[in-house]
Design a protein around this ligand. Structure first.
Ligand code: SF4
Ligand code: FES
Length: 246
């Protein structure tokens, strides 16, 4: 087994000048994840390092960090896929909590409020189970698979230096544009106005880092393309409804 040299960024918000790397040496174990590396360092060498994890199985998204410069889930990344020198830093874009932990809650809370990511219904449901086609169900499911890890946002140049909400936000928006149960026209108009802006789909530069790093392998570029088509179709439909000026 190899000896691993692990550098961890030690940082606190508002104290950027004091940010520095601490270095630790540990022995690699079989099937060791980066999260296990962090646990071992915390338990045997330095209890003060701070990072987050909940599910340990690629479900909660809380352990997303930068591993040798690339945003990844610490619980999913095996040390065997990395060189023996490993550098760990917090995700970009989000406010720092401490060391490797960032606060993503505010970002996703604002995003969900802005896009109103719930089904807007005026009519009562006739049946609790309203059937939709299998094809549409699998399209909706694709964006439901997002675990809000923030990796696609951290990896995206447009999201890090502009107002772009990121591929996961556009995917969530698409999910509510496509859902036939979401039948409140005003709510859909509002959703379209957010998506058809620089903050939404027009802010994407098509670089593709979102899809490259998404740990759930969501087809984000296809979702962005589909969202553009659906939004444009709705904009043209609204435009055609307007009376011609004489
Ligand atoms: Fe994470 Fe993928 Fe969701 Fe982006 S789309 S937040 S990378 S799971
Ligand atoms: Fe939940 Fe890694 S600990 S995704």
């Amino acid at each position: 087994m190899r000896k691993l040299t692990v550098r961890i960024l030690r940082a606190k918000p508002g104290q950027e000048k004091n940010a520095h790397f601490d270095e630790y040496c540990i022995e690699e174990k079989p099937r060791m994840s980066v999260l296990l590396v962090l646990d071992e360092i915390k338990e045997t060498k330095d209890p003060s390092i701070y990072y987050e994890s909940v599910c340990r199985s690629s479900i909660c998204g809380s352990c997303a960090i930068k591993i040798n410069g690339q945003p990844k889930l610490a619980c999913k990344t095996q040390t065997s896929s990395l060189p023996d020198k490993i550098t760990l830093e917090p995700l970009d874009v989000f406010p720092l909590i401490k060391d490797l932990a960032v606060d993503k809650s505010q970002f996703f809370e604002e995003l969900n409020k802005k896009l109103e990511t719930w089904v807007h219904r005026q009519k009562e449901f006739k049946n609790l189970d309203e059937k939709i086609s299998e094809e549409l169900a699998s399209q909706l499911y694709e964006s439901e698979r997002c675990i809000e890890c923030g990796i696609c946002i951290s990896a995206c140049v447009a999201a890090s230096c502009a107002k772009f909400m990121g591929a996961s936000g556009c995917g969530k928006g698409l999910r509510f544009v496509l859902d036939p149960r979401n039948e409140d026209k005003e709510a859909i108009k509002k959703l379209i106005s957010v998506l058809a802006s620089d903050e939404g789909l027009w802010g994407c530069h098509g670089i593709g880092a979102c899809e490259k790093f998404c740990p759930k392998e969501i087809n984000l570029l296809k979702q962005l393309g589909k969202a553009r088509i659906e939004v444009l179709k709705l904009i043209v439909k609204e435009w055609l409804k307007k009376p011609l000026k004489k």
